[in-house]
Design a protein around this ligand. Structure first.
Ligand SMILES: [Zn+2]
Length: 415
């Protein structure tokens, strides 16, 4: 078995220049990017990416969801390819690195191998997933979701944006509705480099996050029914105040997350009083709950505690209530073999690394359902993302890309 090229390093300068070149498409005044999916700017970004891939000798195909696959032949071209990908679309107030860093790092891996004349046993594929952000067409990770069988193509095509434009029509309009069926191919694995979008790596002074999985996310709606009555003339013992009960639940929910530290998080991001009025006791209150943890059993336990908290809060005044689960994205465990390849690469390259779980969702959370998958995180300044000021240091991008290169080299070796 040939030894992987242990001395090979990517060209950090070229990677950075490509990132900055792509960032000109949809550049915003504050230094960010607004390159939302299936817009003219997305087409421009895709065209540039396609040109770069073709210049690197890759064969580009597009599937019926607009996912782009740029393939580099393997020494044994019939072996299942090692895929590396992320997304080129951004939030309206997006940055230069979220998603783009993963796609262009994968391309830089290929350019590096080309320069060295190095052939991998397995073929390589660089992927640009369509509509990861979900900001123009909800939900997020729509195209990798179709690929993994979580949504149908028809569901995706019928998604509409704020102006009533349909996903399917917009995909065709920008010329990226391909022929290839959107379904898993026989990939060996999928690797994704991404900025952390959180503060942990920066705080610990580490270059590489070896991502072992993604958090489970559960959304619930809670409704509590009290009774509207006069704020002045209703004695305290006779009140049925739905907001007071809700407040007790929300306070308890904060404790519930802390009981499952460090990974448990809970958020009430939307709370409504049905008919708000300064001098009326709130009669109908609804609020949303977002709870996350990397383990299914813990999410179950957190939900049970939430339900108990609602019971307890409503008991004194006998308030009717409902707790409804409206969405669940189960925790994702990445593949031990891919994780080991990334950890080994980071270690051999001498980078500071730690294992971590992803808070946000990523395309890899869907690919993991079909092929062995893992992710590499690199630090971003102040943990800031989905923000025009999003920033990753050139040295960190370079470290992440070198880690991607050597993880891919390990996985692309036959045997
Ligand atoms: Zn992203």
């Amino acid at each position: 078995m040939p030894t992987p090229a242990t001395n090979l390093r990517i060209d950090g300068r070229r990677l950075w220049d490509s990132l900055m070149e792509m960032a000109k498409i949809g550049a915003t005044a504050k230094g960010g990017c607004n390159r939302q999916t299936l817009t003219d700017l997305d087409r421009e970004g895709r065209d540039l990416f396609r040109r770069w891939c073709e210049q690197a000798g890759l064969t580009v195909t597009v599937d019926e969801m607009g996912n782009m696959f740029a393939r580099r032949r393997g020494r044994r071209d019939d072996l299942p390819p090692v895929a590396m990908g992320s997304h080129l679309d951004t939030q309206p107030t997006g940055g230069k690195f979220d998603g783009v860093g993963g796609v262009l790092s994968a391309l830089e891996v290929v350019r590096t191998l080309n320069d060295a004349g190095y052939e991998t046993d397995h073929p390589l594929i660089v992927v640009n997933w369509t509509n990861e952000e979900g900001t123009r067409f909800a939900p997020a990770m729509l195209a990798s979701g179709v690929w993994a069988g979580a949504f149908t193509k028809e569901f995706a095509y019928a998604r509409t944006d704020r102006d009533g434009k349909q996903f399917g029509a917009e995909l065709a309009r920008i010329g990226y509705k391909g022929e290839l069926p959107c379904a898993p191919q026989d990939w060996k694995c999928h690797l994704e480099l991404h900025i952390e979008q959180g503060p942990i790596l920066e705080a610990e002074g580490k270059e590489i996050g070896v991502v072992t999985g993604g958090q489970g996310i559960r959304w619930l709606d809670v409704a509590i029914t009290g009774k509207e009555s006069h704020a002045g003339s209703t004695p305290m013992p006779r009140r049925k105040d739905a907001l007071v009960a809700a407040a007790k639940v929300i306070t308890r929910l904060d404790e519930i997350a802390r009981e499952h530290a460090p990974h448990g998080v809970t958020t009430v991001g939307d709370l409504r009083i049905a008919k708000p009025s300064r001098n009326v006791i709130p009669g109908e209150v609804t609020f949303t709950v977002d709870m996350r943890h990397p383990e299914h059993a813990v999410i179950e336990a957190m939900e049970a505690k939430l339900r108990a908290a609602v019971e307890a809060a409503c008991a004194r005044d006998g308030l009717p209530h409902t707790v409804e689960q409206i969405w669940y994205f189960p925790p994702v465990a990445f593949d031990p073999g891919c994780i080991a390849a990334i950890r080994g690469a980071a270690q051999e390259l001498g980078y500071g690394w730690r294992e971590m779980v992803s808070g946000p969702g990523h395309d890899s959370c869907y690919t993991a359902r079909k092929v062995p998958t893992a992710m590499i995180f690199v630090p971003c300044k102040d943990g800031l993302s989905h923000n025009e000021e999003e920033w990753a240091e050139p040295a960190h991008m370079e470290a992440g890309c070198n880690t991607l290169l050597h993880a891919a080299l390990k996985l692309a070796q036959a045997g």
